[in-house]
Design a protein. Structure first.
Length: 396
């Protein structure tokens, strides 16, 4: 789907016909018709019904028109943010009208590859060819998009943000293709979910199995990673939803959170630990035992540091482990203690090998839930998965 064809269809859909779209775009009516027809052929569907008094949208046309409207709105928002102008202004509209496939492709390639040289190699084009498209985009936007780095020429902060927003706009095109295929029963629908460390993955698996029973042609991609990386992917449209501990509030204004259940931290140990069967424990009972702690960058480490200070426990750190598997293994092989979400000990990697101590851990409320883009419009399959995940957490 080329940008020119999308633009022609977008204006024809808004204006209710090819002739009116041609006037707006300053093209001939046959040129607009050819562009829309080319889009229909590329998608394998009819988007507009030609009539004597104009053209009307088919059902597939309405599906695509909604996504394309969001696509161009996101492009305008991207240019507006880069230039400091109102996205609804005529100046921004002119810039968006001047955008071409080479502009978007070059900026995205540089963003992904980080330098002009690597981007040109990834695209399979000569570096001067990439430079022409990239510099033409910079001139049209009217702000510096590139800067020289130690490795070559890459994106400036403004250029990187513009590329991120362009990528987010591109997610609407992918969703449009999926929705159109879904209507014909040929969809290979994709749901991409980011899972944070120590999130109860069993609930994701439960929802995934039900989703695949309902939609056998769907595909679920699960990406585990730190919050910062997953949030970046979510904000650029390469991730649909994040499941795990909420930040409450999220660190970016364009993200929104939905709480599902509380999953407090508990002091964990092996099931046969000397303290595992004791009740009415006091903090002093923990002093003889060492700890398995995460690295200092994780929120759980800050909670451990606070209780070590508050409970007057020994401060010596002998084992650091960020992963659940590493923590469980270290606990199972010793009398050490650690801090884990209750759901991890009861239902995840701990299984029958771990126990929690009868001792409340003072910390801020820890809530597991969903994080999505504030303006996310899920496809039917994505919405179905989110609903199933809500049901799985409610039944847990």
């Amino acid at each position: 789907m080329t940008l020119g064809r999308l633009r022609a269809f977008h204006h024809a859909a808004m204006a209710g016909g090819m002739t009116a779209a041609a006037r707006t775009l300053r093209l001939t009516q046959p040129a607009v018709s050819r562009a829309v027809q080319g889009l229909e052929e590329a998608l394998g569907t009819t988007l507009m019904e030609r009539r004597g008094d104009g053209s009307g949208l088919t059902e597939d046309g309405r599906v695509l028109a909604r996504r394309i409207d969001r696509f161009f709105s996101r492009l305008a928002g991207a240019v507006g943010a880069a230039t400091g102008r109102d996205p609804a202004s005529e100046a921004v509209a002119r810039t968006v009208r001047a955008l071409g496939d080479a502009h978007l492709r070059s900026l995205t390639a540089i963003w992904t590859a980080e330098t002009f040289r690597r981007a040109a190699a990834a695209l399979g084009v000569a570096e001067p060819t990439l430079h022409r498209a990239a510099r033409d985009l910079e001139q049209r936007v009217g702000v510096p998009l590139y800067r020289r780095t130690r490795d070559g020429v890459g994106l400036s902060p403004t250029g990187a943000e513009l590329a991120r927003r362009f990528a987010l706009a591109g997610a609407e095109i992918r969703a449009a293709r999926e929705e159109l295929s879904l209507g014909r029963g040929t969809a290979a629908a994709v749901v991409t979910i980011g899972v944070l460390a120590l999130a109860p993955v069993r609930l994701v698996a439960r929802a995934a199995e039900t989703l695949l029973e309902r939609h056998p042609w769907a595909r679920l991609t699960i990406r585990e990673g730190p919050y910062a990386a997953l949030a970046d992917a979510l904000r650029s449209g390469s991730l649909d939803v994040i499941f795990g501990a909420l930040r409450a509030p999220p660190p970016f204004a364009d993200l929104t959170e939905e709480a599902l259940f509380d999953d407090p931290y508990r002091v964990a140990c092996r099931s046969g630990h000397p303290l595992a069967a004791r009740r009415d424990l006091a903090p002093a009972d923990l002093r003889p035992y060492g700890w398995v702690v995460p690295t200092a960058s994780l929120p759980r480490r800050a909670v451990i540091d606070r209780i070590v200070t508050g409970w007057d426990l020994p401060r010596r750190v002998q084992i650091e482990a960020d992963s659940l598997g590493g923590t469980v293994a270290a606990l199972a092989a010793s009398d050490r203690l650690s801090l884990l979400p209750q759901g991890c000990v009861i239902g995840e990697g701990g299984g029958d090998s771990l126990a929690v101590l009868d001792l409340a851990v003072p910390h801020q409320r820890r809530t597991v839930g969903l994080t999505t883009h504030a303006d996310w419009l899920p496809t039917a399959v994505q919405a179905d998965f989110v609903g199933l995940l809500r049901s799985a957490t409610a039944a847990a």
